[in-house]
Design a protein around this ligand. Structure first.
Ligand code: C2E
Ligand code: MG
Ligand code: MG
Ligand code: MG
Length: 280
């Protein structure tokens, strides 16, 4: 009996692996084509200051406008893009596109919007991030202080050695650095010792569970807000979905927010309209 189960288990595993590999390879081919055919688009999710009620920035979020399918979110294709290395040209495109767009928004918006771009692990491992970013800023004409780079805690954890000098240099030149999904890593505080940053983005999981009975999430959110205050680092709460969450965050001293309650990521034209007060 044991033998049969084992053989079945084995066969199932192999088939599953095969089909996954096949899917992954065809997805990689499609992604290459998507890049060539310019099927990627960037949507922008606004960040608000609850005290002033103003948009203070946007996060650039990648979408794939896949023919016959529609908009595909990054979770479905980022792993394949990372695995194949295609994330490098894709993310460079996102960076350039976001900077170009931020320059367009400079006209009219006072103060101008800062745009945040997510950085991939491979970009830290393989690229000279500082050179790349400074080149893109120069080519697009975006002042460094209007760009923010978001690095997740896990990227910092795994690549602190490689990342630290580049990030320090970028910061020296005025580019802002944010730690994304803050609180999820295993040694959050260690990163802050090694890399100086401008912002902490509270992971949306903590915000989601803040009001759940018996959870420690509110305590964790408070601790992150206090940490930011003590270290003079701005704190942004991500994934704010309800009025209750927004109120609690504000009461706790976190007035910078991003989340579906305020706005989802939207095409650039919608942000332009939002800025001029035509829509909300
Ligand atoms: P992230 O950087 O933590 O981005 C926040 C994600 O949470 C976005 O998902 C956003 O749409 C979603 N979100 C925002 N507010 C809420 C909310 O109130 N509730 C919920 N449930 N979700 C909310 P998205 O756009 O699907 O992106 C997922 C992840 O993919 C991002 O997480 C980021 O790690 C990665 N990503 C997105 N764009 C890029 C990119 O250009 N380059 C790289 N390397 N990664 C990217
Ligand atoms: Mg992010
Ligand atoms: Mg995040
Ligand atoms: Mg995330």
């Amino acid at each position: 009996r044991v033998k049969v189960a084992g053989r079945r288990g084995h066969a199932f595993f192999t088939e599953d692996m095969l089909s996954r590999a096949r899917n992954s390879i065809s997805l990689q081919l499609e992604l290459r084509e998507a890049l060539q055919e310019q099927q990627f688009v960037v949507h922008y999710q606004p960040q608000f200051d609850l005290d002033s009620g103003e948009i203070i920035g946007v996060e650039a979020l990648l979408r794939w406008d896949r023919p016959g399918v529609g908009l595909v979110t990054p979770a479905a294709f980022l792993p394949a893009a990372e695995e194949s290395g295609l994330i490098l040209p894709i993310n460079e495109w996102v960076l350039r596109e976001a900077c170009r767009q931020a320059v367009r928004w400079m006209v009219g918006a006072t103060p101008p919007l800062r745009v945040a771009v997510n950085i991939a692990p491979l970009q830290i491992q393989r690229e000279n991030l500082c050179t790349l970013v400074m080149d893109v800023l120069e080519q697009t004409g975006l002042p460094p202080y209007l760009l923010e780079l978001e690095l997740t805690e896990s990227i910092l954890l795994q690549h602190a050695e490689a990342a630290a000098p580049d990030l320090q240099e970028l910061r020296r030149r005025g580019v802002h650095i944010a730690i994304d999904d803050f609180g999820m890593g295993h040694s959050s505080l260690t990163h802050l010792k090694r890399v100086r940053v401008d912002r902490l983005k509270i992971d949306q999981g903590f915000v989601a569970d803040m009001h759940r009975a018996g959870s420690n999430d509110l305590a964790i959110v408070r601790a992150i807000i206090n940490l930011g205050r003590e270290m003079n680092i701005e704190v942004v709460a991500e994934g704010v979905e309800t009025e209750d969450q927004a109120r609690t965050l504000r009461e706790e001293g976190c007035h910078l927010v991003q989340g579906f309650y305020f706005s989802r990521a939207r095409p650039p034209e919608d942000i332009t309209r939002l800025m001029s007060g035509e829509a909300s």
